[in-house]
Design a protein around this ligand. Structure first.
Ligand code: BGC
Length: 454
């Protein structure tokens, strides 16, 4: 037994990271266009103005996905391309671009998985307060309704927000991402509340306006944990670490999965969050809680690595420090394939939804070798190890829906600019030439074998 027969193999990107065409065909400004112009924010002052130019080269990129055997492409809509001011009159050329992209995907037998919001808020909405504006959930609802009315005749899979933790945490609390604000605790929780309500109203609007039955999920990220051994105490410690706050630090709240997913699935904040942050945590009315906890069809999660924990003397979770020289990727993230077994297992136990990895992958120092190929042996090994653990979760009874690799091709890695390459396909940003990396061939073989080669 391995992955189920209809397991979805695909890959993912996000609008600002791949599209380019930042100033074409009536697209409005978004917060990343503006943030990238601020000195010192992005590696070497780079930006997504051109990136891998998928706006013009989408047919070629889809042809590569098809040849690789991919069944799904998760991409995000640039809100400001569709609604230059974030609300009001849509931009016909923006809708036409996504029509063409979706139609081409369907022509090639690839299922579009559409994310409504992957961090590129229209700048006009930012000027009205952005996610601090209590009107944002309603504005997002209208955007979601428009998207559903326009695309749901062809699109069956939707996500509301990508990694709200980063949108709120990095965008408004640490200031590392657009819009680069460092607000206080109380305002941070207002952002969190508005994102939760936007998610819920978005789910509702997608469903109410759908032209056919659709499936809606979310794509959060979070800190993840795995046990140091198979001893029941260590497993319990890892499970506890996954769903409880280690401290009263707002950063711990941001990265704990329960801070986002408990409201989304259960309509309430976890008790420890209430105990620690009760003074400024949003008080949700019954109606608000019900809006936020709209039923979802599946559980999506972006995952890259995890922290090892064991049971301490008192049974409480204790982090196990990584030894010197612990394996890491180019961006310095640890290589911890165990997360692909334990996180789906813990998350499935708690939230009880078919499980989809919406992003997973690594950056490495890739280049085109003398033989014209890209030999990313570390990524091949990474995928092999990670997917093997993921298959183990399937064999242990976790209902795994699929796997979406991050990323379809190299692209603009936010504050790191073009210095980090996460793609299965190498992009030469001077010429826009695409070259399959060895990992792309490995993925092709894995898809063909439905993971039986692992
Ligand atoms: C994001 C992507 C990002 C990737 C690698 C995720 O946090 O959703 O946009 O490129 O991880 O950092």
């Amino acid at each position: 037994m391995g992955f189920r027969k209809d397991f979805v193999w695909g890959s993912a990107t996000a609008s600002y990271q791949v599209e380019g065409a930042a100033y074409e065909d009536g697209k409005g400004l978004n917060i990343w266009d503006v943030f990238c112009q601020e000195p010192g924010k992005i590696y070497q002052g780079q930006n997504g103005d051109v990136s891998c130019d998928q706006y013009h080269l989408y047919k070629q990129d889809i042809a590569d996905m098809k040849e690789m055997g991919q069944k799904a492409y998760r991409f995000s809509l640039s809100w400001a391309r569709i609604l230059p001011d974030g609300e009001g009159e849509p931009n016909a050329a923006g809708l036409a671009y996504y029509d063409a992209l979706i139609d081409e995907l369907l022509r090639q037998g690839i299922e579009p998985y559409v994310t409504l919001y992957h961090w590129d808020l229209p700048y006009a909405l930012h000027q009205k307060g952005g996610w601090l504006n209590p009107d944002m959930p309603r504005i997002f609802e209208q955007y979601a309704a428009l998207v559903s009315r326009h695309f749901s005749d062809r699109v069956k899979y939707f996500f509301t927000l990508n990694e709200p933790q980063c949108a709120a945490g990095l965008g408004y609390y640490t200031g590392d991402h657009a819009p680069g604000l460092k607000v206080g605790k109380r305002d941070f929780f207002a952002v969190w509340r508005n994102l939760l309500l936007a998610h819920g109203l978005g789910v509702k609007a997608l469903r109410e306006n759908a032209k056919q039955p659709i499936q809606v999920g979310a794509a959060p990220c979070s800190a993840l944990y795995y046990p140091a051994s198979d001893r029941p105490e260590d497993i319990e410690a890892a499970r506890t670490a996954m769903f409880t706050l280690p401290s009263r630090d707002v950063n711990d709240f941001i990265w704990s999965i329960a801070s986002w997913c408990d409201p989304v699935f259960f309509g309430r904040f976890p008790q420890d969050a209430v105990d620690y942050f009760g003074d400024c945590l949003p008080q949700l009315t019954k109606e608000e809680a019900a809006i936020i906890a709209q039923p979802l069809d599946f559980y999506g999660q972006n995952m890259y690595n995890a922290v090892m924990v064991r049971a301490g003397k008192d049974g409480k979770p204790e982090r196990v420090e990584r030894y010197d020289g612990f394996p890491k990727t180019a961006i310095q993230w640890p290589v911890t394939p165990e997360c692909m077994y334990w996180a789906p297992k813990f998350l499935y136990e708690r939230y009880q939804k078919p499980f989809l990895i919406t992003e997973n992958g690594m950056s490495s120092h890739d280049w085109v070798a003398l033989d014209g190929k890209v030999h990313d042996s570390s990524r091949v090994d990474f995928m092999h190890r990670y997917l093997r653990e993921y298959r183990r979760a399937a064999e242990d009874g976790v209902d795994l829906m699929g796997y979406l690799a991050w990323s379809s091709l190299d692209n603009f890695e936010w504050a790191y600019g073009y210095s980090e390459r996460f793609g299965l396909i190498y992009v030469d940003y001077q010429t826009q030439k695409r070259t399959w990396k060895d990992s792309a061939y490995f993925y092709q073989e894995t898809i063909r074998a439905n993971g039986d080669n692992l």
